[in-house]
Write a protein that binds this ligand. Structure first.
Ligand code: AMP
Length: 143
């Protein structure tokens, strides 16, 4: 099962923010959309970074509330791990576990086409497991 199935189900909406926007603006966007991370795009629409709620919590804990006025570009993670639509859900979940992050942008030939979170992956895997066990139950009952 591939990442494409998840994107087809959940959609391809991506919430982004400018690197010059403040952390306070990032917090509001996260809350408004009920999500855990925002992507930062360069002028060429390629991924320049990612900022998650954890980055903001860490910055607040280390430097205090005034960091909320600082630009997102100073706090974001620049080395972003991405995947493509043809990758398996299991493979991407493994990469998330190894890298200890919960969001992965999906790219197609360098172009951003979606984002998946660990929540999307778990939801999908549960549905898949339920389908498999229902098929097994049917098989046993008809055998
Ligand atoms: P998360 O678990 O997604 O809230 O992110 C935990 C940490 O990993 C934060 O420092 C994020 O900026 C970073 N991060 C999140 N997603 C990615 C990703 N796809 N590639 C690299 N770093 C990431």
């Amino acid at each position: 099962m591939t990442v494409k199935a998840i994107l087809s189900d959940k959609g391809r909406k991506i919430v982004t923010i400018e690197p010059t926007a403040s952390l306070n603006a990032a917090l509001h966007l996260l809350a408004q959309h009920g999500i855990g991370a925002l992507l930062i795009l360069g002028p060429d629409r390629r991924i320049a970074g990612i900022i998650s709620e954890r980055d903001i919590v860490r910055a607040l804990a280390e430097r205090g509330a005034h960091v909320l006025d600082e630009p997102v570009g100073q706090v974001m993670t620049r080395k972003v791990v991405a995947c493509n639509e043809s990758e398996t859900v299991a493979g991407v979940m493994e990469r998330m576990t190894e890298g200890k992050f919960r969001h992965v942008p999906v790219v197609d030939q360098g172009r951003l086409v979606g984002i998946v979170s660990i929540g999307d992956m778990v939801k999908y895997r549960l549905q898949e497991m339920e389908r498999e066990s229902a098929a097994l139950r049917d098989y046993i009952q008809t055998a």
